[in-house]
Design a protein around this ligand. Structure first.
Ligand code: ADP
Ligand code: GLC
Length: 485
């Protein structure tokens, strides 16, 4: 089975969030499951400079405002997955983020940048770019890759099927409808049953309308996005796709996230030998300047600081956290108001609160290993990976019961504790009071050492491997293949 994955970020080369982790790990798991997987990626400097053994497959004239476009085939460093690089220097070779300039403004030519990515993916899938490799499945991730599904649908000669995965419905890739002409699609695509969305043009809707199958990254989020509350205006479109929509939970890349082998940690540990875990806590407290107290439960946050993540609830519950004697360490970047509020809290309570504004992958590992709990109080969460990393590192998640958080964390209520199933703490209402109640339960549980240890070992025994997820994607792909004559 030949499968082409289309995406705008990939760990460890370009990452703004969990999408990169998925695109880094899933193709490797699919390869282990027997698929012949390739990626197609935009040629940002970090990609062009790192992909190994690149050879030119096609040279194309001006496309999407880019003077010269070349398609190259190489190999991903670390994973050795084959990757096509869309080299269009005018569109991709610039400093700044994949979607935004350094000042946080969206790149003004994102329509062209991600239009080209989708166009190239569809033409690869149609066998027009690389005569030696023609995928049966084109698998596009999030709005940046979604136009691939529309271009494929517009292509008369293609036999490939398309799968579209929604990682976050809140980011939709909306553009003025008068720019539709630049996409080079037939006019019928710019209708309300096409990519038109309330007078704009929506890349996300292209994926939702034209892919043969839609997946999202947890079963609960698959249900949620069909509702008005979580549908971001697209719930009607999603309901219209009925049984074509399903949820497949993300996994954890055990080669990257494993406390027994993690070279960035102060001490390595495992469920069988937890001795290293308190050493990581002491090292983290020391590193960020908190009081080095083994008895104080240490809550960690590793997150984009955006409205999605519900971190305003953490700020509102901070007085209760401080009164309980707990500590908080935050690493994140995003909303300047949240950045300033966490920074101010650290300034006022230096022995109990520490904040690192920015993102450093190795520090994220140290933070997760050194904390006792990882807080993810999201307003919505398609899957969430940090709570999965927390489980793996014996760092108990404290989560709001939504999306993938609801699917992956078992609250330590009386019954689950008695049955030995509990792995963390969960709350329902998106209110400071609900978070506070869960936080105080966690603080109390932390004080009861043998029971706490049992929670840790149960958490660490959870299996969120990519191999399980890859098996589900493989069956989905097989279901799309025409039956053999
Ligand atoms: P999301 O993708 O919505 O941010 P996930 O929990 O799926 O949430 O994934 C978060 C991943 O991104 C983790 O690997 C985490 O370490 C990383 N991460 C968290 N904050 C940032 C950030 N500000 N920049 C880049 N990566 C981040
Ligand atoms: C998105 C979601 C997050 C998910 C990630 C990877 O960024 O916000 O919940 O884990 O994609 O699928």
């Amino acid at each position: 089975m030949k499968v082409l994955h289309v995406a705008a970020e990939v760990f460890p080369l370009v990452k703004t969030g969990g999408l990169a982790d998925v695109v880094g790990a899933l193709p490797q798991a699919l390869a282990r499951a027997g698929a012949d997987v390739r990626l197609v990626l935009p040629g940002y400097p970090a990609i062009v400079d790192a992909v190994l053994h690149q050879k030119t497959i096609a040279e194309l004239g001006p496309l999407f405002g880019a003077g010269r476009v070349a398609l190259r085939l190489g190999t991903m460093p670390y994973s050795h997955v084959a990757a096509y690089v869309v080299d269009a220097p005018w569109l991709y070779r610039r400093s700044g983020g994949p979607y935004q300039a350094a000042d946080g403004s969206e790149w003004p030519d994102n329509l062209q940048r991600f239009g080209l990515l989708g166009w190239m993916a569809a033409h690869l899938a149609a066998g027009e770019m690389d005569p030696e490799w023609m995928p049966q499945i084109l698998h596009a991730h999030d709005w940046h890759a979604a136009m691939a599904c529309a271009y494929l649908a517009a292509h008369p000669g293609s036999s490939a099927s398309s799968v579209f995965t929604v990682h976050n419905l809140a980011f939709q890739g909306l553009f003025p409808q008068q720019d539709f002409g630049q996409l080079g699609l037939p006019l019928r695509f710019m209708q309300s049953h096409g990519v038109e969305f309330h007078g704009q043009l929506s890349f996300m809707k292209a994926g939702l309308k034209y892919a043969q199958r839609i997946t999202t990254v947890s079963p609960t989020y698959a249900h949620e996005i069909a509702t008005h509350e979580f549908g971001c205006g697209l719930d009607g479109v999603i309901r219209g796709r009925g049984g074509d929509v399903s949820g497949i939970l993300n996994g954890v890349d055990g080669a990257v996230w494993d406390p027994a082998t993690d070279s960035g940690l102060a001490a390595r540990y495992s469920a069988q030998d937890l001795a290293g875990k308190p050493r990581n806590k002491a090292a983290l407290q020391k590193e960020v300047g908190l009081a080095t107290r083994p008895d104080a439960p240490l809550f960690g946050v590793v997150s984009r600081l955006t409205a999605q993540k519900g971190l305003d609830l953490v700020l509102a519950a901070l007085p209760a956290l401080l009164r309980s004697g707990a500590q908080l360490v935050v690493q994140g970047t995003g909303d300047p108001v949240l950045e300033a509020a966490f920074t101010a809290a650290a300034f006022s309570h230096p022995t109990q609160v520490a904040v690192r504004i920015g993102y450093d992958e190795v520090f994220a590992h140290r933070l997760i290993a050194g904390s006792d709990l990882i807080m993810v109080p999201s307003r919505f969460e398609p899957c969430g990976l940090t709570q999965l990393y927390g489980l793996r590192y014996g760092t108990l998640p404290l989560v709001r019961r939504v999306g993938g958080l609801a699917d992956t964390v078992v609250d330590a209520d009386e019954v689950a504790v008695r049955d030995g199933r509990a792995t963390g703490f969960a709350f329902d209402a998106a209110t400071p009071a609900a978070l506070e109640a869960a936080l105080l339960r966690a603080v109390q549980a932390y004080g009861a050492a043998p029971a706490w240890r049992r929670l840790i070992t149960t958490a660490m025994a959870q299996d969120f491997s990519w191999d399980g997820a890859a098996g589900k994607y493989m069956s989905l792909y097989r279901g799309l293949q025409p039956a053999r004559q």
